[in-house]
Design a protein around this ligand. Structure first.
Ligand SMILES: Nc1ncnc2c1ncn2[C@@H]1O[C@H](COP(=O)(O)OP(=O)(O)OP(=O)(O)O)[C@@H](O)[C@H]1O
Ligand code: SF4
Ligand SMILES: [Mg+2]
Length: 345
């Protein structure tokens, strides 16, 4: 990365107090190497993403496989350096800081990933898994460790605690393992949680239980949550706004009801059609799903990235210029040229 200038170092951010996280024109590119060394291009996995997350708000980011959801999530966790743009948490640039501030940031943000078994060390007991983050953050007194572990296990309904605390991950079901992952993501009394497809690897029978658990924890602890999924049918459990991602960009942002019942972007329409129940009444909607694959992020199409699949594409505009965000209603933004006349002053 280019060395930052002194001027850049002293920038301060003044987001309102209720903005927990601000993602600002974020770009994350992966460099591809030819024969291990020469540059063979960049995978533009996240390409100009901006949004704010408010205190105690849950947002869902939805989109097809490969659209950049996990890359966005990992960059929010501080695992990828932005090529451009910023991620600001409580007015601090998370990519600009010393180890102390990074540690503080990591103690504020919990992470629940898709595969619970892969997320926890198989050779550690539940007690050891849950005490590790506490010890790393300076809590070492055995009585306090025990109290905090038991409390969080009760919160995620791993009870009676004594039946689980000395077990190893392989002795637990998928749903129980995911409860351990959620407990670990909360044990430091984190303020924000990033959940990347937290129920997609669980049996259908436990998915709703785990989503309801997350909803309860969010309400009880005033957590801000980013919930990432490719399955729109699960977002209604606790998200207030939904952002639709396509090929590295957010193409529509709206409150849940607006997005479900008054969506504007042709891709959102296709995504919702693909989510519908497969019954006869929806047969017509199914026909509207556009043909084709998501584009390569190594050589994305010019203009609107959805244009090769879009039934409403305007030749000479959509295939040339990338649409900016148009405000089509309160808290409702859409990146699509069809709404260029809706722009507000
Ligand atoms: N470390 C990496 N190096 C190179 N390319 C990567 C890397 N990580 C992700 N990609 C590419 O970036 C794009 C976005 O991947 P990402 O995993 O973020 O998508 P996703 O939306 O999470 O998909 P899924 O729903 O399948 O989990 C893909 O084309 C992927 O191949
Ligand atoms: S900008 Fe054009 S191609 Fe893109 S979604 Fe809108 S109408 Fe379709
Ligand atoms: Mg992913």
């Amino acid at each position: 990365m280019a060395k930052k200038s002194r001027k850049e170092e002293i920038i301060t951010f003044n987001y309102p107090d209720d903005v927990v996280l601000a993602v600002n024109d974020l770009k994350i590119y992966f460099e591809l190497k030819k024969f291990g060394f020469g540059n063979a291009g960049y995978v533009k996995a996240v390409d100009g993403v901006s949004f704010d997350l408010h205190k105690q708000e849950a947002i869902a980011i939805v989109g097809e496989s490969g659209c950049g959801k996990t890359t966005l999530m990992k960059s929010i966790l501080g695992l990828y350096e932005p090529r451009e743009g910023k991620i600001i948490y409580k007015n601090e640039d998370i990519n600009k800081h010393d180890r102390v501030t990074k540690r503080w940031y990591h103690s504020q943000v919990g992470y629940v990933q898709q595969d619970p078994f892969g997320a926890i060390a198989p050779f550690l007991s539940v007690r050891r898994i849950l005490e590790e983050p506490l010890i790393c953050n300076g809590i070492k007194e055995p009585g306090e460790l025990d109290t905090r572990i038991r409390k969080v296990m009760e919160e995620v309904s791993l009870t009676p605690v004594d039946d689980f605390i000395n077990k190893y991950p392989h002795m637990l079901s998928g749903g129980q393992q995911q409860r351990i992952v959620i407990a670990r993501a909360m044990i430091l009394q984190q303020k924000m949680m990033v959940a990347d497809e937290p129920v997609s690897m669980l049996d259908a029978s436990v998915r709703v239980e785990v989503l309801k658990l997350l909803e309860g924890l969010m309400l009880n602890h005033g957590l801000s949550v980013i919930y990432i999924t490719h399955d729109l049918s699960t977002v209604r459990y606790f998200s207030e706004r939904i952002f639709v991602m396509y090929a590295g960009r957010l193409v529509e942002k709206a409150k849940v009801n607006d997005l479900i019942f008054n969506h504007k972007h042709p891709y959102t329409e296709a995504l919702l059609a693909a989510t519908s129940e497969p019954d006869a009444a929806n047969a017509k909607i199914y026909k509207e799903i556009p043909e084709g694959e998501p584009p390569s992020l190594l050589h994305p199409p010019p203009g609107c990235r959805y244009h090769p699949r879009c039934p409403k594409m305007i030749d000479g505009l959509c295939n040339v210029d990338n649409p900016p965000e148009f405000e089509v209603g309160p808290d409702h933004l859409v990146s699509c040229w069809l709404y260029k006349d809706d722009i507000k002053d």
